[in-house]
Design a protein around this ligand. Structure first.
Ligand code: ZN
Length: 162
């Protein structure tokens, strides 16, 4: 394989890959194929079953007890398939408010956050989402890293820190 940028040799390797393209800074995909040019460093990553990956990732986010970050709010809004205006309509706020949530100008209110979590949990009934989960959300909980691994052709959440 040769690099489309420089014509150098492309080497394919399995890596733990920081999935920044999803808009979240703390997501790592375990052992995915990364094709990297040995000459210029240009790379592409091969992500199989990306739709299911996003289901698993959205579920991981709503299960965590930390308050939703602005980038998580944006990821979940897009995951639900809403434009900013549509999402504002569903949440009962103005589009400007949605924009402030996603640009770190305003923290989402606790009730709005619970509604968003429930919308996500309801869209993906793959996994149980006990209502008690909502009572564990805490402003003191820190955003956790999220690790995802393709296992027996299913994306599962896995702690990669260890
Ligand atoms: Zn290259």
């Amino acid at each position: 394989m040769t690099c489309i940028e420089c014509g150098g040799r492309v080497i394919s390797k399995k890596e733990n890959y920081r999935y920044e393209a999803c808009g979240l800074p703390n997501v790592t995909l375990a052992g995915v194929e990364v094709r990297r040019c040995a000459t210029c460093g240009d790379h592409e990553v091969v992500i199989p079953r990306i739709e299911e990956l996003h289901v698993t990732l959205a579920n991981a986010i709503v299960r965590h007890t930390s308050r939703l970050s602005s980038s998580e709010v944006r990821f979940l809004r897009k995951y639900l398939g809403y434009s900013g205006v549509d999402f504002a309509g569903v949440m009962g706020v103005s589009p400007e408010t949605v924009s402030r949530w996603e640009n770190r100008k305003e923290t989402m209110g606790a009730s709005a956050e619970r509604l968003l979590r429930l919308l996500v949990a309801h869209k993906t009934p793959i996994e149980r989402y006990p209502i008690e989960t909502l009572s564990r959300i805490s402003a003191k909980a820190r955003t956790k890293p999220i690790g995802l691994r393709l296992k027996a052709s299913r994306w599962i959440e896995q702690d990669l820190a260890a």
